[in-house]
Design a protein around this ligand. Structure first.
Ligand code: RNT
Ligand code: ZN
Length: 416
């Protein structure tokens, strides 16, 4: 028994908080970890470096170049992450084998992802989430996909999304968990557009066509991810926040909130309860934008703590599908993965170790003085000791950097 933990457990008990229960809940909240941190969002279907409003920077050695390499990296990195993990795949990570060059993204099938299912099962992941890949492809024409005025282009991407729904259904069935399928498109304009409506009407039509296929809505949660602007698409984004929130509400699908995709003073933590008033489910891309949607590694900063608090105090751990979305190519990629996932878990633990009922009562009573004092006092509570205990129980209270360095020496350095 860890004496320090026992003391801390007692301390939290005096606040009416059960550290055992907090750890149990924490280990049951799935975090969907993105595969694309491992290879700088390149994928395996020949698209090359990410383009269309997103970009990775850095050239740290060891980028995974094949499915085998990426799987080996995921296996090593995920083993250092506490809690329940899902794997978040993009369509560009299809393992085409003999079909390479014969099929395109509009005809991908579940079989092209079967090795991922096998891999995720072998490693005990909770399930797989999915994303159509509508960037890094020759059919992104003039920066447009689902909103393209070129019918052939628009149809190609509609077919791609339909194919992705089929693949998502396959994942949902294989794991018997809901598969979140997130639609993000790079569509937009670098400079002042002449028509802001037509592209949005075409996007609406495309989404209607995609959703017109029969699929099991209780198994596949289709989500739409808005964005305020992107690199090279600074002036206009077709899939804006208002567009997608209205579309999702009217068509009974989900919104996905990426906290790098809003104006700098807007916060996703405040949007979560706003949407929970209307939606049963919502999805997140937790990231860290430094000055813009830079997709830096998630760290334990105020906004991520606030996001976690909302998930917990709105009693929404079953409603908010937490996914990570960042890609840093300037540091060891496994370390980036683990650091971000652990930060998310830490934020959730802090939230679980907060006396929300007490604080809510102070707010309701209009006792804002006490509310401020209490919230400040809570910041210095020794939650870190509970975190160590949590890691200890999962055999993870180790210096993960050392493990990663060893892997780097043996494996990553060979990749030249
Ligand atoms: C881009 C979006 C999108 C991507 C991933 C790779 O701005 O955040 O979610 O990062 O799909
Ligand atoms: Zn995102």
């Amino acid at each position: 028994m860890n004496k320090m933990y026992d003391l801390v457990k007692e301390k939290y008990a005096t606040l009416g908080l059960d550290t055992e229960k907090a750890m149990e809940t924490l280990s049951s909240i799935p975090v969907s970890v993105h595969c694309w941190q491992g290879d700088d969002v390149v994928g395996f279907d020949g698209g090359g470096a990410a383009s269309g409003g997103i970009q990775t920077t850095g050239n740290y050695p060891g980028r995974a170049r094949t499915p085998e390499e990426l799987m080996a990296d995921i296996k090593t990195a995920f083993a250092l992450m506490p809690g329940k993990k899902r794997l978040n795949l993009h369509a560009s990570y299809a393992i085409l084998g003999e079909d390479m060059g014969k099929v395109d993204r509009n005809t991908y099938e579940p079989k092209h992802f079967a090795p991922w299912v096998k891999f995720a099962k072998e490693n005990g992941f909770d399930g797989i989430d999915f994303n159509p890949t509508m960037f890094s492809h020759k059919n992104v024409k003039d920066g447009l996909t689902l909103s393209s005025p070129d019918e052939n282009i628009r149809k190609f991407w509609v077919e791609h999304c339909k194919a992705c729904i089929r693949i998502s259904e396959y994942f949902a069935e294989e794991f018997n968990t809901v598969c979140a399928m997130n639609i993000w498109i790079p569509d937009g304009y670098k400079d002042v557009p002449a028509d802001r409506l037509s592209p949005r009407l075409r996007l609406k039509k495309s989404l209607d066509e995609i959703l017109s296929i029969e699929y099991n809505r209780s198994k596949v949660a289709v989500a739409v991810e808005s964005k305020v602007f992107g690199i090279g698409v600074e002036s206009y984004t077709v899939g804006s926040n208002e567009f997608y929130q209205n579309y999702a509400a009217k068509n009974d699908i989900c919104c996905l909130l990426d906290n790098g995709h809003y104006h700098p003073t807007e916060v996703v933590s405040d949007k979560i309860p706003a949407l929970l008033a209307f939606y049963d489910k919502l999805a997140l891309h937790v990231t860290r934008g430094v000055r813009w949607d830079s997709d830096h590694v998630v760290l334990l900063e105020d906004e991520i703590k606030e996001i976690a608090k909302e998930i917990v105090r709105c009693d929404a751990v079953d409603k908010v599908m937490i996914g990570l979305d960042y890609f840093d190519a300037s540091i060891n990629r496994l370390s980036a993965w683990v650091t971000g996932q652990r930060a998310m878990q830490q934020a959730l633990l802090c939230a679980l170790l907060t006396p929300h009922e007490e604080l809510k009562a102070l707010q309701e009573a209009g006792n804002f003085t006490a509310l401020m004092v209490r919230q400040e006092q809570l910041k210095t509570l020794p939650w870190g000791i509970v975190w160590e205990e949590y890691l200890e129980r999962q055999g993870l209270n180790v210096n993960y950097l050392e493990t990663i360095r060893t892997y780097e020496e043996k494996i990553l350095k060979e990749r030249v």
